[in-house]
Structures are given as C-alpha cells and as structure tokens.
Design a protein around this ligand. Structure first.
Ligand SMILES: [Zn+2]
Ligand SMILES: [Zn+2]
Length: 153
C-alpha cells in the first residue's frame, strides 16, 4: 500500500511552501527530506528517512533531517505519532485517522474507519481539558510477526 502519486505531489507542494514561508531556504537536501516523508506511509523515524535520503544525497547530515522534520512538525504539517515504542515516528498524513501499532516490531499502519471516527470522548474527559479530536490506537502483533512466530515452530 503506497501513498497515491497525486497525494505525494500535493504533500510535497504544501510542505515545501511551508518551509519557504517559515524562512527556511528550500535546499535540495531539505526538498529530498520532504519528498521522503511525503511518500512514506510507514511512519518512519528520523534515522530511516536519513538512510533513504542519503542514497540520493550522500552529503546530507542526520541533523538536517532532524531539523527539517522538527520544523514541519512545529508547523503541524507532519505529525509525531504518539505513544509508540522507540524513537519518534513521523506521519505526513494529516487527515484524521487512526493507527495500528505492532508492539513487537514497531510497525505502524494507518487505519481509516468510520466506526472509530465516531468514537467520542467521555464526558469525564472534560475535567482534564477540552478535547479537540479522538484518535484510536489499535495495538497488537502484526501479520509478519505472527508469520515469523509460526515459522519458528
Ligand atoms: Zn510486527
Ligand atoms: Zn498515520
């Protein structure tokens, strides 16, 4: 399952414009970071994006990747996926959606479901603050991890 080409182009447009407007020069390196995060639906961490971009731009530094993502996250255009084990994972899908998280290998996949969209915050949550959105995180073991387990038996 890949992000449709048209959606990737839309994201690259939005993200690169935002970087320019926030005063950052849209260097070739930053544009490659934008392209990588825009086309991934695997919720990559900084290291993963760095490794992928480095194949095309060998001079890129981990710090450039980190700061580009932090800037985009600060603008709300790339989201950090909350409460996943290990390093911070980034998500260029800003549409409301939910996640499946494999607690064994850390795989994260988008889940779109109207039933989950309909989940409302309980009234008691009002004592904690005002709720703006509800995201459901499905946690469990992914099919690949199940398969590996079976193959070992
Ligand atoms: Zn897994
Ligand atoms: Zn997502």
């Amino acid at each position: 399952m890949a992000v449709p080409a048209r959606e990737v182009r839309r994201r690259v447009d939005v993200l690169s414009r935002a970087l320019r407007e926030s005063g950052l020069r849209l260097t070739h390196q930053r544009l490659e970071v934008v392209r990588e995060v825009a086309r991934s639906d695997e919720h990559p961490d900084v290291e993963t994006i760095y490794r992928a971009v480095r194949e095309r731009v060998p001079t890129i530094s981990l710090d450039t990747v980190y700061r580009t993502l932090a800037t985009l996250a600060g603008l709300g255009l790339v989201r950090r996926v909350a409460a996943t084990p290990g390093p911070t994972r980034y998500d260029a899908n800003t549409a409301h959606h939910h996640h499946f998280v494999c607690t064994r290998c850390g795989l994260i996949r988008d889940v779109d479901d109207r039933g989950l969209d309909a989940v409302r915050a309980p009234r008691s949550a009002a004592s904690l603050g005002s709720v703006e959105s509800v995201e459901v995180q499905l946690r469990g073991i992914c099919v690949d991890c199940h398969k590996k387990e079976r193959d070992h038996d």
